[in-house]
Design a protein around this ligand. Sequence first.
Ligand SMILES: [Zn+2]
Length: 328
Amino acid sequence: MNLRPSLSSRVLTISALALTTLIAPTALKATPNKSPLVHVIMTVDWEGRNLNPSNIAAMQQLRQDYPTLPILHYLNAAYYFKSGANAEQTTDTIRSTLLPIDQLGLHIHGWQSLFTAAGVTFRNQPNWNPGGKPLTDAECASDCGHSIPIRAYSEAELSQVIKFSIDTLSSHGFGRAQHFRAGGWMLSQRVSNALTANGIVSDSSAVPAEFLHARLYNYPLYQWAVQTWTGITQTSQPYLLTTKHGALLEVPDNGCLADYMSGAQMLTVLKANLAEAQASGEERIVVVGFHQETADDWLPHIRDFLSGAFALNANGQVVSFGAMPTQL
Ligand SMILES: [Zn+2]
């Protein structure tokens, strides 16, 4: 089944503005329409841990330096339920990193604060950190649960937390999320079912586990990623997952996230997809990203990647930065 045409036309439409403004007109002229494209979707995971000024500032600076680069924000409702959180301030801080060209999605980690606020009994295990022991009361003194895979919960509980998260973000002006990435890339059938039950149309949790090995080899999370995403590689393309409530579009995070990938490694992913696009004549999608909570540390990787991607365009190949599709 050739599903590329409808997908490419959708992404092309959305990314046209970014394409024309991100690359020099001469480069645009040098790339005839028949050239295969690689569509890059830039994402950011909002972990729900904190909103430290240094990371917010790093994101703001990126937006100033690349004002036509659209970003899909996988937002997290957990910030609103931290002890002492000021809702208005939280909203303003998140919003200070957004541009009108962005998409707003949803990211969920197993935070005790969030799950409790959603009316779900918190689980302190399994824990994906090294050792894998259940979280202790001391560890949970302020908040905890980032390292608890949400798929540990029942479908009904997940649906409750997803709905609660969507409603919370919506009530603060961030719209109703259609796109999702699971904390730790830990999707499951139960999570997928709960997502489509709540109107989510795409997920980007599939990841090439090999990219996680260098930093996470001694984490249970690494083994879980290997088992969950067997067969996912740096050139894996969107496909449909079956759920109880219809299909869920899985768009692999094939370029992983900046904490685990240098700019050069992300560029290697881009070039591998470009080579496949040229060989097949079909467009390819590359998903890359970073975390808000570590933006100050790792955005240099994203900047390196962006520089390299623009250099590819200067060489007459076409890379566009576009939005997450909603269907194949
Ligand atoms: Zn996360």
